[in-house]
Design a protein around this ligand. Structure first.
Ligand SMILES: Nc1nc(=O)c2c([nH]1)NC[C@@H]1CN(c3ccc(C(=O)N[C@@H](CCC(=O)O)C(=O)O)cc3)CN21
Ligand SMILES: O=c1ccn([C@H]2C[C@H](O)[C@@H](COP(=O)(O)O)O2)c(=O)[nH]1
Length: 283
């Protein structure tokens, strides 16, 4: 939690105002942030200086792992975060690749589970990684990447947290996640939860122990309409200790994640937090 607040303070103190053409807003921006989450000791990096809707963040991750491409699928598992990008962005509404209401196009999970090859066949990146890690193999290329420049025009948004690299040292699993662009008040709140949970889940289903998760962010920003709430409200609050994430131990395979897992299989214990803050969202 302290590293999150330190990043927010750094943006407030040292950030540079940058015009963003896509949203038409200015962002106070810094380059490069490295966050570490202690998954081995279950220090769940949930924001405590406001109420965090962690279940929606885990639902979003579950949707990516299942290869979802439609905001209605995300809503059905308890996540509303894709409604706006799928349905309210004029450039995407005008895009001939959009297949109708709620379609997100070829983003995130589509690339992770069904990366299209030139010969028409597909690559399931996630399954290859799970199979290797289950056998104790780390070929130094256990990489799940959603970043497919050849298909950016076929999706509603380029992936932000785009590449997850898994590493095995003995039977301890590590994760390094790379993010090109980060909405620190809204998105990072979710992304921290997702990096932690992805390592915890992958360790559990491959029979390994979780180690540390490393989260590398390139462009970290606060939108101009979020700044007063962050600077004058959230940053004045004292953080509480980290809660713990409890995952149903019956989840033991990728197929479990794909078929029966719901948000009821995740529980957070010891979550003390301040009052909610509603940050403006930029489409
Ligand atoms: N500008 C922007 N910021 C983002 O963080 C973001 C995007 N766009 N587009 C794609 C996804 C969607 N994400 C989102 C979208 C909405 C919330 C959000 O509204 N969060 C609220 C309430 C969540 C809830 O009630 O479930 C929050 O207070 O955290 C968070 C992340 C993250 N990404
Ligand atoms: O997981 C996510 C997804 C998105 N974001 C934020 C980062 C930016 O504010 C926008 C994306 O805009 P681009 O113009 O494509 O950079 O969404 C996030 O923080 N986390």
């Amino acid at each position: 939690m302290k590293q999150y607040l330190a990043l927010c303070q750094r943006i407030v103190d040292d950030g540079v105002w940058i015009e963003n053409e896509r949203t038409g807003k200015r962002c106070l921006t810094v380059i490069n942030a490295d966050l570490t989450y202690d998954v081995a000791n279950n220090q769940f990096p949930l924001i405590t200086t406001r109420k965090s809707f962690w279940k929606a963040a885990i639902a979003e991750l579950l949707g990516y792992l299942r290869g979802y491409d439609n905001a209605a699928q995300f809503r059905a598992i308890g996540c509303n975060t894709w409604n706006a990008n799928a349905n309210d962005n004029q450039a995407w509404l005008d895009n001939p690749h959009r297949k109708g209401a709620d379609d997100m196009g070829r983003v995130y999970g589509v690339q992770g589970r069904r990366w299209q090859k030139a010969d028409g066949t597909v690559i399931d990146q996630l399954k290859k990684i799970v199979d290797d890690l289950t056998k104790g193999i780390d070929d130094r290329g256990e990489i799940l990447t959603f970043y497919n420049p050849g298909e950016f025009d076929m999706g509603c948004l380029r992936p932000c947290m785009h590449t997850h690299t898994f590493s095995l040292l003995g039977d301890t699993l590590y994760l390094t996640s790379a993010q090109r662009s980060c909405d620190v008040p809204l998105g990072l709140n979710f992304n921290q939860v997702q990096v932690f949970t992805l390592l915890a889940l992958m360790a559990q289903i491959t029979g390994n122990k979780p180690g540390q998760a490393y989260h590398k962010i390139i462009n970290a920003h606060i939108y101009e309409d979020q700044l007063p709430l962050m600077r004058d409200e959230q940053l004045t609050r004292a953080p509480f200790a980290s809660p713990q994430l409890i995952i149903n131990p019956k989840i033991t395979s990728l197929e479990d994640l794909e078929t029966w897992v719901t948000l009821d299989d995740f529980e957070v214990v010891g979550y003390e937090h301040h009052a909610p803050i509603q940050y403006p969202f930029s489409v």
